[in-house]
Design a protein around this ligand. Sequence first.
Ligand code: FES
Length: 153
Amino acid sequence: ATLTVRLILNGEPVTLEVPPQAILLDVLRDQLHLGGTKKGCDHGQCGACTVHVDGRAVNACLRLAAMCEGQAITTIEGLAEKGQLHPVQEAFLVHDAYQCGYCSPGQIMSAVALLEDPEAATDDAAVRDAMSGNLCRCGAYRNIQAAIADARR
Ligand code: FES
C-alpha cells in the first residue's frame, strides 16, 4: 500500500504516492529525480542530504516522506530564482568553497537556513556551530566559513 503525500516542492505543489517507510532523501533522488541532494552516510552524520522543511535545515535521510504532508520542501535545485544564484551560492563560487563538491549542496542549504532565520545569531561561533553537522571530506572548511561570512553581510 502507498500513502498520498502533498508537498510544496521548490515552490510548486506536488502530489506523490509513497510507501509508508519511504525516506525523503530516496524519494527526492529516485522518485523525483532531484539528484542535487546527496546521500553520504545515510544515517544523520554527514549533512550531505540537507534540505529545508518549512525553512529549517533537515537531514532528508532521517525523515519519512510520509511525515512531510503539507510541508514546504526546498532542495538545492530550488534555491536559485529566475536564473539568479542565491547569494550563498555566489559566495561559495567567489571563495572557492567547492572542492569535490559532494557536500556542497548540503553545506549551502544549512548556511541559507541559518542566514535566513531572523532569530539566529550569525557571528563566527554561531556559524561554526550551525554548520557542525555538515562534514567536508576535502577539508574545505576555511573557504566554506569565508563564503558564509561574506554572504551574511
Ligand atoms: Fe543524511 Fe549523511 S546522508 S546526514
